[in-house]
Design a binder for this molecule. Sequence first.
Ligand code: ADP
Ligand code: MG
Length: 451
Amino acid sequence: METTSISELTALWGRVLKRLEDALDKQVYETFFKDSYIHSIDGKTINVVVNSKLAAQIIPANYWQQVGDALADCSQTDYSVRYVTKDDVASGTQITPAKPAFFSDSYIKPEYTFDNFVVGESNRDAYQASLIISQNPGKLYNPVLIYGNSGLGKTHLLHAIGNTIKLKFPKYRVLYVHAQDFLNEYVKFVSGDKEGISLVDWFRDSVDVLLVDDVQFLANKKSTEETFFSIYNSFYTHSKQVVITCDQHPSKLNGLDERLKSRFIQGLPLSIEQPEEETCEKILKMRIEANGLNVDDFDPEVITFLAKTFRKNVRELEGALDRLLFFAVQRAHTERITIEIAKSAVMPLLDVKESLGTLTAERIIDTVAEYYNLPSYQITGKIRTSQIALARHIAMYLIRVKLDLPFGRIGAIFGGKDHATVINGVNKVENSLKTDKGLQKAISDLDKRLK
Ligand code: ADP
Ligand code: MG
């Protein structure tokens, strides 16, 4: 975990000191380390105030290893430490003042770009505005607000803007921040030692392009909203680009300060709608190829089926595809991805009510029993002849795959078997499926019966 806010760092240093106290000679510890504290952070460098000029020289020369080990153990991050004295801090020459944590590293994700954003009617306005903004930050459209339901690509566009600006204007300091992180940091910042700078000043001096995700999180947080309002205004007056996203049109946002609301509406509100089926198909194809697979190995109905079924939310669409890919690799072992495979793979994701009839563990057990000419109670019972054991394992496997039940619960259905027994059964089927043609046929027949 990366620990970056001052209050977190202070706690971190406390833990480091504890370790040093154990690791070092008592006198050394008390002389050099005891009342040291964290002053600030610069990227990955922590500025630690020690009690004398000598300590500032001795520690890095002699105890760097102990400090480094303790720090790495406590933080899992490769911080380096700069030792300074109170005088250095007062003269302000060596170190920079405390910063809000969200700028110590930029959170822009390189994987979200314009290249891998599929454009359709549903998102064209938002896409085009984002593209133009990236070419001329602060000039044409400012501020801009992108709104729409969850999973439709708002965050993706924000990052794409950030990535493009960073590439095209390397000098611009671009900050992506989720509103929730802004809130958290705001709270820490006002309660902590802020070295006399206000958050508004800090933003004015340190950020050129501000990308704020999910501003609905600011609703009902009065003082944070006020600060945000000032930051927003300062960017606006200085023609610095601001892009924000929201899960709905700001006029509908309850609990948001009216001034902020009207500011947001004055900006350019652009909606992202649910994608067309065609857009979804393109997204699927792009993602299949990005996974190193060939779209031609998928029956066209598979793509249509997924696009139709999961149109509401691209995140879910991607989740369904990932599941199918996983399933295809793990279980089906077939070159061709058919609609049957696709349906069984995503079955657990479908709302049972609106899908293919209710599939329950009982129905699976009954179907398997019928297929093998056995009474159902033997499937869930204890007899271990090979035929019955096979049927039992197949039933466990199908329940696991189709209903996604935890192993322990499956065990309970099978007369209180423990979860290791279930895992063992499911694994047996998975392994045999790789080579056993008869078993492959049985599973595929059962699949059809369970539709
Ligand atoms: P939101 O922020 O609106 O909730 P995200 O931007 O997080 O949605 O998008 C959810 C997922 O869907 C992300 O993985 C994103 O890359 C993907 N996605 C959404 N829209 C598109 C699109 N038009 N083209 C490609 N991927 C998309
Ligand atoms: Mg988002």
